[in-house]
Design a protein around this ligand. Structure first.
Ligand code: MG
Length: 380
């Protein structure tokens, strides 16, 4: 199988079972069901709120100004770009892949992973937990209200399955409510690729933003991330007059390209080596087939460990994380004791969902600035 051979025979069909919607709709005259889902996600309120949500940080710690760090929205668009390249090159369903990329972070609360951790921690005493994939499903099946005929976006089964399963598996016994999503089967390649497109996007972008913010030094990345070092050294000798920032950017750009190329090559290799001929075979394979080569996987892990040690868990970020946890925990406790102050549409959910879940739904939907304002207004 050559580096450009098509896997179109493994692609999700634009008129098959995965195009089924909960509420039946007439087919569109000239747009595929997945192209329609793409538009529905893009036009959703929760999608627009990604602009106001932290990816890693929206402002550098300390006083260094910066207005070009990734938000969850621009991160999402970068994942969509990478996912589109992957799907196009492999001959898979591009509309479905891109939709899954656009929707992949829609369930994230404010304040990035610190916010997610804080919400999950706050829910523990209630015997509940917070999971951004499950929350994303709640958004698209219920909270979005745009259509008079139904609640939610009425997305196709293929998109809803991908929302749940792109980044992890859920045990059928633990999640009877997800029975519709073939939990005992692997997702199609279109969904499997999203998690890796996400990894490629944030590994490279976070190195760039980490350097730009001043939290990590170029020399430290050079020393600690071999994949970066190779491309950086090459760029340094080839472009001796380029600025350090441009050279670091060139190195991350080439890293991104190397990760994408490796993934494309390795997916094709595995499909051939494991004799996968149909989408059914992908679904029944013992493991996911979209993976990096072992050598690139080791590079990826080294880069990821570097980012955890030097950026995500750095002392610079600690204060930001602590502040995020404080705002979320205090606001949560405040709404638990004052449920009458929840917006009316959320209050209506309490009998069915319980108060703790309802408060979580409300907080998870907030942007960083909205939660800060709400918290300040309540003078906690
Ligand atoms: Mg992401």
């Amino acid at each position: 199988m050559s580096e450009t051979s098509s896997l179109a025979h493994l692609s999700v069909s634009a008129d098959g079972e995965l195009t089924r919607r909960t509420h039946t709709e007439q087919p569109h005259a000239y747009r595929s069901p997945f192209a329609r889902d793409n538009a529905r996600v893009l036009h959703a309120r929760a999608f627009r709120r990604l602009a106001g949500k932290t990816q890693v940080f929206t402002q550098a710690p300390g006083s260094k100004p910066g207005d070009h760090f990734r938000s969850r929205l621009t991160h999402t668009l970068e994942v969509a770009q990478i996912a589109r390249t992957l799907a196009t090159s492999l001959g898979l369903n591009v509309d479905l892949t891109e939709t899954l990329a656009l929707v992949h972070d829609i369930g994230h609360p404010p304040f990035g992973h610190a916010g997610e951790k804080a919400l999950d921690h706050t829910l523990k005493p209630f015997g509940l937990s917070f999971d951004h994939n499950l929350h994303a499903l709640r958004i698209v099946t219920w909270f979005e209200e745009r259509y008079p005929a139904f609640r939610g976006l009425n997305l196709t089964l293929g998109v809803r399955e991908g929302i749940i399963k792109h980044s992890r598996n859920y045990a059928p016994d633990d999640h009877p409510e997800l029975a519709e999503y073939f939990l005992d089967l692997r997702p199609p390649l279109e969904a499997q690729l999203i998690d890796l497109a996400d990894e490629i996007a944030y590994l490279t972008a976070d190195i760039e933003d980490g350097i730009d913010s001043g939290i990590i030094e170029i020399d430290a990345v050079h020393a600690g991330v071999p994949l970066f070092r190779g491309f950086h050294s090459e760029a340094q000798s080839r472009f001796p007059n380029a600025t350090p920032r441009v050279l670091a950017g060139e190195a991350t750009r080439r890293m991104l390209n190397a990760l994408v190329t490796d993934l494309l090559t390795h997916v094709r290799h595995r499909i051939q080596a494991e004799g996968i001929l149909t989408l059914e075979a992908i679904r029944h394979a013992p493991n996911r087939l979209a993976t990096f080569s072992p050598a690139m996987e080791a590079e990826r892990m080294t880069a990821k460990r570097f980012l955890y040690a030097n950026l995500y868990n750095s002392s610079d970020m600690e204060a930001i994380h602590a502040e995020a946890a404080k705002v979320i925990e205090e606001l949560f406790a405040w709404f638990i004791t004052n449920p009458d102050l929840l917006p009316e549409d959320h209050r209506a959910q309490v009998p069915a969902e319980g108060l703790a879940r309802t408060v979580t739904d409300y907080i998870a939907g907030m942007t960083d600035s909205f939660i800060e304002q709400t918290w300040a207004r309540l003078a906690l």
